[in-house]
Design a protein around this ligand. Structure first.
Ligand code: MN
Length: 219
């Protein structure tokens, strides 16, 4: 089997969905899996999701992007941001999953290492990957965090990036559960925590996999 380049959308604590998706995709050491960020918050088991992603890095080549939710959480842990915005956006569920008792030091060392290793974008062959969006006329290495991690496609849809490659992003939830494909830009946030699906996409073959928050595969 030839190596695959697989993107996985916004997980948001949906561990059962992630388990089912990875069991089905069954990535090999020769495959690459790019997770697009927003691993934590809103869903029930952020801690379990991070455990599984750390394990994934031992099974395949795993590229883990940072989402705006990891940015918020790290901002609070590093005391660089007030906590209220994070808590309003699902941080309470993350703290519950870590059995938070009031100490900001709640992350296990391996998890802190994982969060600190997250990357802002990934570029490979004819594709590039960001959490949310990008500025089409600015090189990827010079993009603002605001565009990479916060920009909603409902506000505006970027035109093709100057690198000519196809963008694969998450962040803007497609609440109907379907992948949004504009040709030059594909959004695979299909609203898993809210009743849609967690989506995996092999960008070379176009193969897709989807699993629900309860861990049921879409057939
Ligand atoms: Mn997001």
């Amino acid at each position: 089997m030839s190596a695959r380049l697989i993107a996985i959308g916004d997980i948001h604590g949906c561990k059962l969905a992630l388990d089912r998706l990875l069991d089905t995709i069954n990535p090999s050491p020769r495959d690459t899996v790019v997770t697009l960020g927003d691993y934590v918050d809103r869903g029930p088991d952020s801690r379990g999701v991070i455990d599984r992603l750390i394990q994934l890095g031992k099974e395949t080549r795993h590229i883990a992007l940072m989402g705006n939710h990891e940015e918020m959480m790290l901002g609070v842990i590093r005391k660089q941001m007030p906590h209220d915005m994070w808590l309003r956006h699902g941080g309470v569920e993350t703290l519950d999953s870590y059995e938070f008792r009031g100490d900001l030091d709640f992350l296990p060392e391996s998890h802190l290492e994982f969060f600190e290793s997250l990357t802002p974008f990934h570029e490979e062959s004819g594709h590039f990957f960001t959490h949310a969006a990008y500025s089409p006329k600015i090189p990827l290495s010079e993009q603002e965090a605001e565009m990479l991690r916060w920009h909603s496609l409902h506000e505006s849809l970027p035109t093709r990036h100057l690198n000519g490659k196809i963008a694969v992003v998450g962040h803007t939830a497609n609440k109907n559960g379907e992948i949004l494909d504009h040709g030059h830009l594909i959004c695979i946030d299909t609203y898993c925590y809210g009743g849609g699906w967690l989506t995996g996409l092999d960008v070379f073959s176009g193969a897709t996999w989807q699993a629900s928050r309860e861990g049921k595969l879409r057939t």
